[in-house]
Ligand binder design. Structure first.
Ligand code: 5CU
Length: 370
């Protein structure tokens, strides 16, 4: 029997133009070597502990950020990874922090350059590569809206990728409504991904002893959870009912905490006084089943089953987070692929291949028109 398509919706590529941009920078995000090593490192997010700060000053054994291996920027490495892991199609996205740091006057042109370059890379492998475009969020609104309408005509684009910062005030910022409306009208989903984590004080004075574990395993998902909860509370899904968001890392803690968030809403005097607790209000459960998709990058069947139970089997999509989570032994097989695939296998009874196929690719093909 023919194997169903496997689609990876959470997989990053920093195209060459972006790499060049980061090499020219002195502030994070940047790319540079940390002597005595001459290997280039990608420092893409603020250091969240003193060890990262120390190594940025050259005083730690572990260089900050990630060593910039070819698989971060070479499209043939992406295809080799896909072939090795039997991934048929990838919807690539620029990795964090996207274009968040760009000066307002150049962000628009850089977005066009990066998006067009990514589109050309995708076209080299017909049927196998699509992408989520990057938006020039620091530019004036007219430039952002122009890039959304342009992306609609770019052959391999299937939505946009963005972080939780928005214009700097988070995703519940009313100034973002025109952007959300334009995306909804263009049927372009947002792939929402974290970058900034939580304030480093949260990790305590010994946080650096644990490498990147705390910011990556807890900071990233909590950042996403808080951003999505604020977005929901602001009523964006009422104002823009067709907005669709694919949330990274299975929605952070959103599936697990949805009941508690709802209970807090139902017991809130301020929301009641503001007339927000009407019987026909859109609940978080409604939003998760109508506006939100979750990727499957959660690394275990327990989290994945919760995501599927909360969002529905038709709203969860497999991902790998490649090239991040590279094996420490530099081997070819990425556990980030096999563990997430196995979680999907274990989430369903063995004979329920239909559900497995939906999560592994069917949902992405349907939703993203692949
Ligand atoms: O491991 C990391 O640093 C990251 C990152 O920065 N971005 C991402 O998408 N995954 C892992």
């Amino acid at each position: 029997m023919a194997r169903s398509l496997v689609v990876d919706v959470h997989t990053h590529l920093y195209p060459p133009a972006y790499i060049e941009l980061l090499k020219e920078r002195k502030d994070i995000p940047y790319i540079r070597p940390f002597p005595p090593s001459n290997q280039l490192c990608l420092c893409n997010r603020p250091p969240q502990n003193s060890s990262a700060q120390g190594s940025a000053n050259g005083s730690s054994k572990v260089p900050p950020g990630r060593i910039l291996y070819r698989h971060y920027y070479e499209v043939d490495e992406k295809i080799a990874f896909m072939d090795h892991h039997q991934i048929d199609v990838s919807v690539i996205s620029l990795g964090n922090p996207w274009l968040d740091f760009m000066p307002p006057d150049t962000a628009g042109d850089v977005a066009i350059k990066i998006n067009d370059e990514t589109n050309e890379l995708c076209k080299l492998y017909p049927g196998r590569l699509f992408f989520f475009g990057a938006l020039p969020l620091s530019a004036p609104e007219s430039i952002i809206l122009a890039e959304i309408s342009r992306l609609k005509t770019v052959s391999q684009a299937r939505g946009i990728v963005m972080g939780t910062g928005g214009f700097g005030e988070g995703l519940d910022d009313p100034k973002l409504i025109p952007v959300y409306k334009a995306l909804a009208e263009s049927s372009m989903p947002i792939f929402l991904h974290p970058n900034y984590g939580l304030p480093s004080s949260v990790w305590g004075s010994r946080g650096s002893d644990y490498g990147q574990v705390l910011p990556l395993s807890l900071g990233f998902p909590m950042e996403t959870t808080i951003a999505m909860t604020r977005l929901f509370l602001s009523g964006v899904f009422d104002t823009v009912p067709d907005l669709q968001i694919i949330v990274a890392h299975s929605g952070g803690c959103l599936p697990f905490l949805a009941g508690r968030i709802e209970a807090c809403i139902e017991h809130d005097k301020r929301l009641e006084a503001d007339g927000k607790l009407t019987s026909d209000r859109k609940t978080l459960w409604d939003a998760v089943r109508n506006n939100i998709y979750l990727d499957g990058v959660i690394f275990d069947k327990t989290g994945l089953k919760t995501a599927i139970e909360v969002a529905g089997v038709d709203r969860v999509m497999f991902g790998t987070d490649h090239p991040f989570f590279a094996p420490l032994d530099e081997g070819k097989t990425f556990p980030a692929m096999t563990v997430n695939r196995d979680a999907a296998k274990e989430a369903f009874p063995e004979d329920d291949t239909e559900s497995y196929d939906l999560v592994m690719g069917g949902n992405a093909v349907r939703v993203l028109h692949l």
